[in-house]
Ligand binder design. Structure first.
Ligand SMILES: N[C@@H](CCC(=O)N[C@@H](CS)C(=O)NCC(=O)O)C(=O)O
Length: 212
């Protein structure tokens, strides 16, 4: 199987963490693809043009990251082990995916859109979703997360690696101390996750930029 992803994608990092937790590295190869690349093949695999996408056979590709994660856990027979309380896990995933949507949208607003077209109200609204989500996790951490290899913990840890990468100038570590204490402890305990942290990577030359 081929996972199309990019090293900085928070959704891709979540899937890669699940691949490791399910010991599926031999069955899934990762191919780097930037979703803003002008391409001819990728939209045939995922009409939405978004990564991650997992090609599972010559004529079948699945998306989005939530479906891919459940597919991998199911195939590996690990669903119950990683999600003993499935709806609790899925609720945390929904929250984190929403925060990731907001964070990626903030990144796109400032990175892909020319300055004169950027909308600060839009940026601030996305930032509010991100910070409200962090506050929610910070305040409910004892009932939502722990130090075990569970799906919800993998979702939060990989997402925070993206926040560290893209928003290191924000006061998040200071504002959500409990959440970051959990994160640092988790990354220390599960050092295998270092390899799937969000990373900067050169953006290919053939990408579409927003112009109008
Ligand atoms: N709900 C999707 C979100 C995936 C997503 O937004 N991926 C970004 C990269 S991190 C993307 O491909 N963006 C391209 C675009 O929006 O056109 C999932 O969970 O897989």
């Amino acid at each position: 199987m081929i996972l199309y992803s990019f090293p900085s994608s928070p959704f891709g990092c979540k899937v890669k963490a699940v691949i490791l937790a399910c010991e599926q590295t031999k069955n899934i190869i990762v191919e780097e693809f930037h979703p803003w690349q002008t391409d001819t093949f990728f939209r045939k695999l995922n009409p939405l043009g978004k990564i991650p996408a997992l090609k599972i056979s010559a004529d079948e590709t699945i998306f989005d990251s939530s479906v891919i994660c459940e597919f991998i856990m199911d195939k590996a027979g690990k669903t119950t082990a990683l999600m003993p309380d499935k709806f609790k896990s899925l609720k945390v995933q929904a929250l984190v995916d929403g925060m990731a949507d907001a964070a990626v949208s903030m990144r796109y607003e400032h990175f892909f859109r020319p300055k004169h077209l950027q909308c600060e109200d839009w940026y601030d609204r996305q930032r509010l979703a991100l910070t409200s989500g962090m506050k929610y996790l910070d305040e409910s951490i004892d009932t939502k997360l722990n130090q075990e290899i569970l799906f919800e913990n993998l979702c939060v840890a990989t997402f925070l690696s993206y926040v560290d990468l893209r928003f290191s100038n924000e006061p998040f570590r200071k504002n959500y101390e409990k959440l970051y204490r959990w994160y640092d402890g988790y990354m220390q305990k599960h050092s295998f996750l270092e390899t799937v942290k969000a990373k900067d990577h050169p953006i290919p030359a053939n990408i579409t930029r927003l112009q109008k």
